[in-house]
Design a protein around this ligand. Structure first.
Ligand SMILES: NC(=O)c1ccc[n+]([C@@H]2O[C@H](COP(=O)([O-])OP(=O)(O)OC[C@H]3O[C@@H](n4cnc5c(N)ncnc54)[C@H](OP(=O)(O)O)[C@@H]3O)[C@@H](O)[C@H]2O)c1
Length: 318
């Protein structure tokens, strides 16, 4: 299990201009502008060791947020923290966690509290897919994915949202996907359903929190250049897709940040192509859309580590 350790304690705080109440509450600070609207607010980003989480952490540091970053790979988190602290003078805490461990969210929040911090901006980003059809992969792989991408973000919203509501300020970004807006498709079977859940959950939370100063967003990018498809083992196949289907992490994060600060949403879809796709599936009869999406299985091949072992108690046929 990953050890919990604070990377650096807060030694000094860079001088900041005083913040007007109006800017604080409306969160109108624009990306790239001075950090006057965010006087030492703290953000928690899960899955910050790579890809979109790494880019979100960089953007929030640039905006003047102190950060708590988590993922399993501590070395990656440490080098990100070193770089961002040197570039932006913000304070960064590292709490490595494997979010497939059901105790991880509580442990993470306990460690944050022990440091005397409270979270103002939560980015529930950590995620991956389990390639292969549903019954090709062992149950434990599915269970770990559900814990990491469904239960953990939900629990973090619960643990952290209560404090945000008490303080009357919060920003929550739940990393969903365009996949969550589309009908279920073969291969990586639970990925779309998990992302659909995050979208509905964010909508409900956004409605509940609308008068509590908390803005909630379900972020729905299409394909983003990151390590995601290397981990899924389908990089070669994905490289055949046309360029217009690819988004970049910094663009995705910037759009998300601007939208959540201005309380646009709760659903934010990145990229014109994916906006059209999202609209098209609403217009098409859902059974037709399901058939069309089932024509191709991009995630057909399970990873060796996920392959079901018919001899194991949990994986054998009944
Ligand atoms: N790339 C895309 O095309 C795309 C499109 C739409 C949505 N998304 C979503 O965007 C999010 C980030 O994906 P990405 O594209 O940035 O992929 P990525 O580059 O592979 O990054 C995934 C991040 O999640 C972390 N993570 C994975 N399993 C974890 C676990 N058990 N515990 C803690 N952290 C874990 C990884 O860190 P460690 O390995 O160090 O733990 C890494 O920091 C995911 O939720 C994904 O579903 C991606």
């Amino acid at each position: 299990m990953a050890e919990n350790k604070t990377a650096k304690t807060q030694t000094k705080k860079p001088a900041k201009k005083p913040v007007t109440k109006k800017v604080r509450q409306t969160g109108k600070a624009k990306v790239g502008k001075p950090k006057k609207g965010l006087n030492r607010r703290t953000a928690l980003i899960t899955g910050a060791s790579a890809g979109i989480g790494h880019d979100y952490a960089s953007l929030l540091a640039e905006q003047g947020f102190d950060l708590v970053i988590t993922a399993r790979r501590k070395d990656r988190l440490q080098s990100l923290a070193d770089r961002l602290e040197a570039s932006y003078g913000v304070n960064i805490h590292i709490f490595p966690e494997d979010l497939s461990d059901p105790r991880a969210p509580t442990r993470l929040v306990e460690n944050i509290t022990k440091e005397g911090l409270s979270i103002d901006f939560l980015v529930n980003n950590a995620g991956y897919t389990v390639p292969g059809n549903f019954d090709m992969a062992k149950w434990q792989s599915h269970a770990d994915m559900l814990q990491t991408m469904l239960t953990a973000p939900t629990e973090l919203c619960h643990l952290i949202g209560i404090g945000m509501a008490e303080r009357g300020y919060g920003r929550i970004v739940n990393m969903a996907s365009v996949a969550g807006l589309l009908p279920g498709a073969p291969g990586g079977t639970l990925y779309g359903p998990v992302k659909s859940y995050l979208i509905k959950f964010s909508q409900a939370l956004s409605a509940e929190y609308h008068d509590k100063g908390i803005h909630v967003q379900a972020l729905c990018p299409g394909f983003v250049l990151s390590e995601f498809h290397d981990i899924a083992g389908n990089r070669d196949q994905m490289n055949r897709l046309p360029k217009f289907m690819w988004l970049t992490g910094p663009d995705v994060c910037r759009k998300s940040y601007e939208s959540v600060m201005e309380n646009k949403g709760p659903i934010v879809v990145n990229g014109l192509f994916y906006k059209i796709l999202g609209t098209a599936v609403k217009i098409l009869p859902s059974n037709l859309a399901t058939k069309l999406l089932s024509l191709h299985n991009r995630n057909a091949k399970p990873l060796p580590r996920d392959i079901r072992d018919p001899a194991s108690q949990t994986d054998k046929a009944l």
